[in-house]
Design a binder for this molecule. Structure first.
Ligand code: XMP
Length: 516
């Protein structure tokens, strides 16, 4: 892999993604890794990320100069660039003059890194110290007003560095710079593609699973669907998927999994109809956290029962179910400790904690992938586009989109309103612009209206369209008025219990995306 050494400023994941966008496989390692640990991963190139420190700060992460003698091409970015300069004998000065944001650099010698890019270009910078003298053997490629040395390279030793952040889209030629490093500097081929990922993962799953049986909890979301499709491709009927219908799904979702997903992938599916059970358990509860707990608890119980059935059925044929598929993604792995050593199981993951008497090893075919790569793999495997491009939907489903008690009638009302909103947003081509659009029923609120010939006393529906990168923060999406108007008219006409449609114009923070 290309190793991205994380100096701790959240840029490492972005760099790793950009490398993969260049069709080269990358992995993130912590800066606490020794040179031996890095080399043990057989890196084809190494990228040192930016970081929050000054190379002069006490305890600043340090780069062992031995790294540069290993014969592996290295690109230093921002902090990584300065640490590299310092380690190799250049001069890094604390001038106190910060460069932050869009910054113009002037190319004095294009070298390999800046080939075919303009003499004057805008880059994204964020630094206090600057490199004043390049180490010996290095050629200075660019300067800016605050950085006498803004980029350098030593072609013989295949060492490169830039002061700016090429991984950030605001750097006009950032991706080109990264690709020059990868393709020309390190001589790598762009062969990390969805079809190769599928081939590699299929081989890895076969090697791990052998002829044992495998179980997978399907939620209908992207991750579990693509994970299941991969395992199905690898070991076919050794896989049994369990889909728990808790009755809190949106219109058509259960059918989508039962019919479309099975048709596309051929998985053996066990559907558990637990709708009654969830409704009974939820009856009389309106507190959001209580509802979440009940749904989580029931979900695990139902899944456990189903898993036991699958295990018993397999046992009746003399087989053993040894493996459980999880749709863990690479960001989860990185965030829970870098993915070194034993598998990190996130407790909040799809299936939750399974009991000790069901001992499974995990199959996690998406562990190395970012979300966009999971989608590409899903398309490659023929998973229906409706699933591959599905927006995030919370595990507790519509149960946390009814403000008040959850009842069968209220679910019907919300499902009908939600289906209309989704249909119109799709028709307007807005699906990929919106991160997600919760549709919320204020079941305990009534307002007076006039519909047809008479006065009504119905419930409001809230539309909560948001734009976001990662759901941590969000802004309300400025939907076109005519789309809002059609949604409002249709919902109030077609869903008789609803006489008012309101738009949530709160960003996150202070509002969360969901209402509960
Ligand atoms: P909030 O409402 O916290 O939501 O801004 C952030 C993202 O998480 C989703 N969400 C959940 N997902 N179980 C889930 O699996 C939950 O209990 C849950 N609550 C919120 C929400 O849809 C949004 O994408």
């Amino acid at each position: 892999p290309v190793l991205v050494v994380d100096f701790g400023a959240q840029y490492a994941q972005l760099i790793a993604r950009r490398v993969r966008e260049a069709n080269v496989y990358s992995e993130i390692v912590p800066h606490s890794f020794s040179v031996e640990q890095m080399l043990a991963k057989d890196p084809v190139a190494i990228i040192l990320s930016g970081g929050p420190s000054s190379v002069y700060a006490q305890g600043a992460p340090f780069v062992d100069p031995a790294l540069f003698d290993a014969g592996v091409p290295v690109l230093g970015i921002c902090y990584g660039f300065q640490a590299m300069a310092k380690a190799l004998g250049g001069t890094v000065a604390q001038t106190g003059a910060r460069e932050y944001g869009g910054t113009e650099v002037e190319v004095c010698s294009a070298g390999v890194l800046l080939a075919d890019t303009p003499e004057h270009q805008t880059t994204w910078m964020s630094h206090g110290d600057s490199v004043h003298e390049a180490p010996s053997g290095f050629e200075v490629l660019a300067t800016s007003s605050g950085s006498p040395v803004a980029a350098f390279e030593d072609g013989d030793r295949r060492l490169y560095g830039v002061q700016w952040h090429p991984e950030v889209k605001h750097s006009a030629h950032g991706q080109t710079v990264l690709e020059h490093f990868l393709y020309e500097g390190a001589g790598l081929a762009p062969d990390w593609t969805a079809s190769n990922v599928v081939a590699d993962q299929v081989a890895a799953i076969r090697a791990q699973v052998g002829d044992a049986r495998v179980i997978c909890g399907l939620s209908g979301g992207v991750d579990s669907s693509v994970a299941a499709a991969l395992v199905q491709k690898a070991v076919g009927d050794q896989l049994t998927c369990v889909f728990v219908d808790h009755g809190l799904l949106r219109a058509g979702e259960a059918e989508q999994v039962e019919r479309d997903f099975v048709a596309a992938t051929g998985v053996r599916l066990m559907v558990v109809d637990a709708r009654e059970r969830f409704l009974e358990a939820l009856a009389g509860h309106s507190d959001p956290e209580t509802k979440r707990k009940i749904i989580g608890r029931e979900f695990i119980r139902v899944f456990e029962d189903a898993a036991r059935d699958v295990v018993a059925d397999a046992g009746a044929h003399g087989d053993e179910v040894k493996f459980l598929v999880q749709g863990t993604l690479y960001p989860d792995v990185v965030e829970s400790g870098g993915g070194e050593g034993a598998a990190n199981i996130k407790s909040h993951h799809n299936v939750g904690g399974l009991p000790d008497d069901l001992q499974f090893s995990l199959v996690e075919p998406l562990r190395t992938l970012f979300k966009d790569e999971v989608r590409a793999v899903g398309l490659e495997l023929g998973v229906p586009e409706e699933i591959v491009w599905r927006q995030p939907f919370p595990g507790p489903g519509l149960g946390i989109r009814i403000v008040g008690d959850v009842t069968a009638e209220r679910l019907e009302v919300l499902r009908a309103a939600d289906a209309i909103a989704r249909e119109e947003l799709s028709k307007a081509g807005l699906d990929r612009e919106i991160w997600q659009c919760p549709v919320v029923l204020l079941a305990d609120v009534r307002s007076v209206g006039v519909q047809g010939d008479g006065r009504t006393y119905g419930h409001p529906i809230v539309l909560r369209p948001v734009s976001s990168e990662d759901a941590m923060t969000a802004d309300w999406t400025r939907l076109p008025y005519d789309v809002l108007s059609v949604i409002s008219t249709r919902i109030t006409n077609e869903v008789s219990e609803v006489n008012r449609v309101v738009l949530d114009v709160t960003s996150k923070p202070p509002g969360t995306i969901e209402w509960e």
